[in-house]
Design a protein around this ligand. Structure first.
Ligand code: SF4
Length: 452
């Protein structure tokens, strides 16, 4: 296990973006209407495949650690009304899109997509598949809360067309579950996995966490061992981001129940030891996959990508997001839907794409985005080669490389010429190195989570 030096610990406390995009959403500006987005959609080429993200902003109960855009609907009438509006939004995007090559990846997130009833979910999937021309062999992924997952819902997903399910397991420790208001005994998760696989969902991901209240190295490692006994194909290991000034419900979590930064690092290391012992391959800073998983193959090829869902083997260059807060990534721009359901619904009712914030990217943004994405995915990048690929002088990002070189003394990266490499034992701190190439983000302690 690696322990951090004092200087590395200082880097680990820095509040930094997770670089699921570059520029990050904090750089987006208010959108006056949907005119810019409709124009930017025109940059999509007929050979471009699409990735579609559908945001379901409801959960049956709120986990105290949650950082997502979600709420408890208190009855299905509100969910049903939302679904009507979402279907109208899907039509609006479908009508606005130019010719494209169909959808290679469809992802349901939230919130909890299993807050929909079984028939409504299947209808929504079918509508999206028709509207955005789902390609044969496309991945259809859904995030699920195993604590509220109904057996009928899980068992029907394969028949509806779902190919991958991500279960938010986080921890199996009963006391930690009590402290975060999320109850799911191991038997319940095991049943969910059996129902999913039995219904034809071949690929299973688990999300696990460290840094939650009451977590220790021992209970993090024990939870991971229990999780791996269920043989997930992929595991994401996230650190809890305690930002109660942004997420009011997190105020329920007491500072005294949280580990400090060196404790968080030790918990992550304990979890990773279990993953390594079971043969999982580290992907980027926080994902793990079986050696025979497609994501591991993409990592070896250098073709792994990073988008708003995290690491992905989806090669689509265009992402269309539907539902409140969802972000669309277009060839030369980002467009984020309105956050508040009422604002989002009002735009849809008026026939407008419900875009609330947006950003047209510059050539410099796209150059830096490539460098940051390769670093986040491969933990190494030839910055000069990327500059040349983008038609720029090989020395364009030399000032940023100098910033990375300043981190070499602390062991966060190595720099040879214009090649930057993050050693595997520092992978969890890769965003500190990536930030050297970021000249857009507001690096503000109150707006991002700590690097660990
Ligand atoms: S189930 Fe997921 S999205 Fe819903 S409250 Fe819990 S953490 Fe948040």
């Amino acid at each position: 296990m690696t322990t951090l030096s004092d200087r590395q610990l200082t880097h680990a406390t820095r509040a930094l973006p997770r670089y699921t995009s570059y520029p990050t959403a904090l750089a987006f500006q208010p959108a006056p209407d949907d005119a810019d987005t409709r124009r930017w959609l025109g940059d999509i080429q007929s050979h471009d495949t699409l990735s579609i993200y559908a945001h379901i902003p409801f959960c049956e109960r709120l986990c105290w650690y949650c950082g997502c855009h979600t709420s408890v609907p208190n009855g299905y009438a509100r969910v049903a009304r939302f679904l009507d509006q979402l279907k109208r939004e899907i039509d609006l995007w479908g009508e606005a899109l130019p010719a494209h090559a169909g959808t290679a990846h469809l992802h349901f997130g939230g919130g909890s997509p299993n807050s929909l009833n079984t028939g409504d979910f299947a209808d929504l999937l079918a509508l999206l598949a028709t509207r955005f021309r789902l390609r044969p062999g496309a991945e259809v992924a859904v995030e699920l809360d195993p604590g509220t997952l109904q057996r009928e819902f899980a068992g029907g997903l394969g028949a509806a067309g779902v190919t991958r399910a991500s279960l938010g397991v986080q921890t199996f420790d009963p006391e930690v579950q009590r402290l975060v208001n999320r109850f799911q005994p191991v038997e319940q998760v095991a049943t969910a996995v059996d129902d999913l696989r039995g219904g034809g969902v071949a690929a299973i991901n688990f999300d696990m966490m460290y840094g939650l209240p009451g977590q220790t190295c021992a209970n993090v490692a024990a939870s991971m061992a229990t999780a791996l006994a269920l043989e997930p194909d992929r595991v994401a290991l996230f650190g809890y981001a305690h930002v109660p000034w942004m997420k009011k419900h997190q105020a329920v979590i007491r500072d005294a129940d949280l580990a400090d930064v060196s404790g968080r690092w030790a918990q992550a290391e304990a979890a990773e030891s279990v993953l390594a012992a079971h043969g999982y391959v580290r992907i980027g800073m926080d994902h793990y996959a079986r050696p025979d998983d497609p994501m591991t193959a993409r990592l070896a090829e250098g073709t792994l990508h990073r988008n708003f869902q995290g690491y992905t083997d989806d090669p689509s260059s265009v992402l269309i997001g539907v539902g409140p807060s969802a972000i669309s990534s277009l060839p030369f721009a980002y467009a984020q839907n309105r956050l508040r359901v009422d604002d989002w619904a009002a735009d849809i009712a008026a026939g407008r794409l419900p875009v609330g914030r947006q950003l047209e990217t510059t050539s410099d943004d796209r150059l830096r985005r490539t460098v940051i994405e390769r670093l986040m995915c491969d933990l190494q990048v030839d910055v000069g080669a990327v500059c040349l690929d983008h038609g720029r002088e090989v020395s364009t990002l030399d000032p940023a490389i100098a910033g990375a070189r300043a981190l070499t003394a602390d062991g966060l990266c190595q720099v040879e010429g214009r090649r930057v490499r993050v050693p595997s034992d520092m992978a969890r701190l890769v965003r500190v190195v990536a930030a050297c190439f970021d000249n857009r983000s507001v690096i503000a302690p109150k707006r991002h989570s700590a690097a660990i």
